[in-house]
Ligand binder design. Structure first.
Ligand code: SF4
Length: 369
């Protein structure tokens, strides 16, 4: 199934719903949501995928935030995707409350329209843990496939056992991923690694714990069946680990054909994103069977070392070097949560940002909405 990760907007929360990093709070202005009130923009955005949808080619759009449940017309977008046989998946921190319109939509919609909901338990969620689990349970009861995502920040490892048990009681997969910053995952101690490895359920977690795959000999479907899209400027990048060159634009209905024999689009990057493997986009590293199991419910942990050795035996090498320039650049390893005061101050400092030069980079279709 071809898949596209879609970046929608920055949000006012302090963490990214996909990877759980403390963000810079660069743009904390909810006027960013205004363009999505225009269904014409959503239609234009989706028409790129609709033109490329066939019986054999159904798209999965993975909606990232910030927080996708804050997006106006999220239900409209998902219904429209589903009407032509495509699906959405959502990466949410559930830090939106049970009265949120998109959450209520999810409790009513056809669960077949949503491939999975990745519920990412961020440090803030300690404050509303019971409600987080109740919301996950309600989504699962509605028929959604929910996975509990836990970013294994070194200061949070003590929470793993209890959260794992709560997930098991609800028949939801507890799925921990390595914390990623300029220092991590390379800075994990052996004890930290062992603790996290006890909860391994798939290859992607092993890849991330080892700082990603070296890309020299990889073949993949990036740029064709795997895309990363920025909804604001419309730019299409080959995958979530390559941003050195846009290969098309959603609003211009343009995608460069992939060159014969094209390997990794960026020899300096690492193949890191779990989606690359969970959606079976990297040749010979198909993690989709594990991922399908995780979508169905609780999964008993696997032998981390055996998965690691299996990958090495098959010739995969790990990146093993400090990597700058993608995930985690804004993180402070010592900080889990930004205080309300800090968020307020950042907002005051940056409130003109979204309306200044930053906006000039947006696509004219997005700007006119
Ligand atoms: S980083 Fe992206 S382009 Fe490179 S091998 Fe992985 S999926 Fe393909």
């Amino acid at each position: 199934m071809p898949s596209a990760m879609v970046f929608l907007f920055d949000t006012c929360t302090s963490k990214c719903a996909y990877c759980g990093h403390a963000t810079s709070g660069k743009v904390l202005d909810n006027t960013q949501l205004t363009p999505y009130k225009d269904r014409g923009l959503i239609d234009k955005f989706l028409s790129f995928f609709e033109k490329r949808t066939t019986q054999e080619n159904r798209w999965l759009l993975m909606l990232l935030g910030g927080e996708p449940l804050l997006m106006p017309n999220l239900g409209y977008m998902i219904d429209r995707l589903h009407a032509v046989g495509n699906k959405a998946s959502l990466y949410t921190s559930l830090n939106i409350g049970a009265n949120n319109a998109a959450y209520k939509y999810l409790l009513k919609c056809d669960p077949d329209a949503v491939d999975y909901i990745m519920a990412s338990f961020h440090p803030e969620a300690d404050e509303f843990e019971d409600s987080f689990f109740q919301m996950m349970e309600a989504l699962k009861t509605r028929g959604h496939k929910v996975i509990f995502r836990f970013i294994a920040h070194p200061l949070r490892l003590h929470r793993m056992e209890a959260l794992h048990e709560r997930c098991k009681a609800l028949d939801i997969c507890f799925s921990p991923y390595a914390y990623c910053s300029s220092n991590y995952p390379l800075a994990y101690t052996k004890d930290d690694k062992n603790l996290i490895a006890k909860h391994t359920t798939n290859y992607s977690q092993v890849v991330q714990m080892e700082n990603g795959l070296a890309v020299e000999n990889l073949k993949c479907e990036a740029g064709e069946k795997l895309l990363y899209v920025n909804a604001r400027d419309g730019k299409i990048f080959p995958c979530p680990n390559v941003f050195n060159r846009a290969i098309g634009n959603i609003y211009d209905d343009h995608l460069e054909p992939k060159k014969e024999g094209q390997g990794c689009y960026d020899p300096a990057t690492r193949c890191f994103c779990d989606i690359n493997f969970q959606q079976n986009h990297v040749e010979d590293l198909d993690d989709s069977t594990h991922f399908e199991d995780e979508k169905r419910g609780y999964v008993e942990p696997k032998d981390h070392e055996a998965l690691h050795q299996d990958m090495e035996k098959r010739g995969f090498a790990f990146h093993n070097k400090v990597h700058h320039g993608s995930l985690g650049e804004n993180s402070s390893d010592e900080r889990l949560i930004l205080s309300k005061q800090e968020v307020r101050e950042t907002f005051e400092k940056n409130k003109a940002f979204y309306h200044g030069d930053f906006k000039k980079g947006f696509h004219k279709e997005f700007l006119k909405s």
